[in-house]
Design a binder for this molecule. Sequence first.
Ligand code: SAM
Ligand code: SF4
Length: 327
Amino acid sequence: MLVDNHNRRINYLRLAVTDRCNLRCNYCMPSEGINFAKNDKLFTLEELARLASILVSQGIDKIRITGGEPFVRKDLMVLLRHLAVLEGLNEISVTTNATLIGPYIDELKQLGITNINVSLDAINRDTFERITRRNQYDVVHDNMLRLITEGFNVRINFIALDGQNTQDILPILELTKHFNVAVRFLEEMPFNGGSRSFDTISWDYKRILAYIKEAYPEYYQLESPSTSTSINYKIPGFKGTFGVIPSFSRTFCGTCNRLRISATGDVITCLYGKPKMNLRDILRGENSGERVKEHIRSAIGSRAKTGFEAQQENRGVFKSSMTSIGG
Ligand code: SAM
Ligand code: SF4
């Protein structure tokens, strides 16, 4: 079992499989992209599978595949097939922009990988294109509806971006009236590859909730697992639910159970901190199984208590892009 220096059990791994992406969301990276890692700096699929097996043997029982866009890796299903039969792994989920997932939906269902987070920050084509800088709205919308109607457990992640998409908050919430889907409103974080820095946000979770309350005063709070980052709600009579994720306000750090590993092997114990170490060469070296375990234990043994503490250690400077961290 992995337990950190604040007595929090770490059982949830967010594993990035690439830092590349076919969209250019403006809150995530600049229009020209970032300096994407060279191929030999990225884990191979075999390495990712081995890393996952090692960590599951240490007590990780939930893995979320993220990126960059996970489905830009053509061989992603090879990894997912491996994870689907990994003993001790109870939950596999994927976070995706849903542009490329279409051809894989049937196999994902067969493998029992039904927890899919779709990042969608607009329910209007023009807004989507302004934010993502790409014209993929129709394919994303179609894939999202297909996932929902085929019975996947879909959660839509919508970042509330001042001056860009807040007019879509109520329309996207309407999806929960007709479909059993969870729409979660996220606060923007300052990981955009250096395009914009900020110390405060205009749309924090309280403002999002107050805004929704004006339209739906009767919504009520649901019970959520203690490690959940989202606070969840339901509007009476609606099929789905909605939630807010205070990712900038950081109200959930006390129960954080997460470990992040980037596609290049950085070990990240808090989004707001610096990577603790890099595992790539260790995994490629001798006696790698034992050495990876030792390094992971040491990283987990020196975690910041909160995102604010990690930010201080980081001297508050954020140049990274979420496409390299994995979200
Ligand atoms: N490409 C996939 C996607 O967009 O779902 C997976 C990777 S993306 C980096 C993972 C998550 O991070 C997405 O839900 C995205 O909305 C979120 N994200 C990216 N940049 C962010 C930022 N600056 N603030 C908050 N969330 C961000
Ligand atoms: Fe790509 Fe996801 Fe970043 Fe958008 S948020 S640019 S889809 S990695």
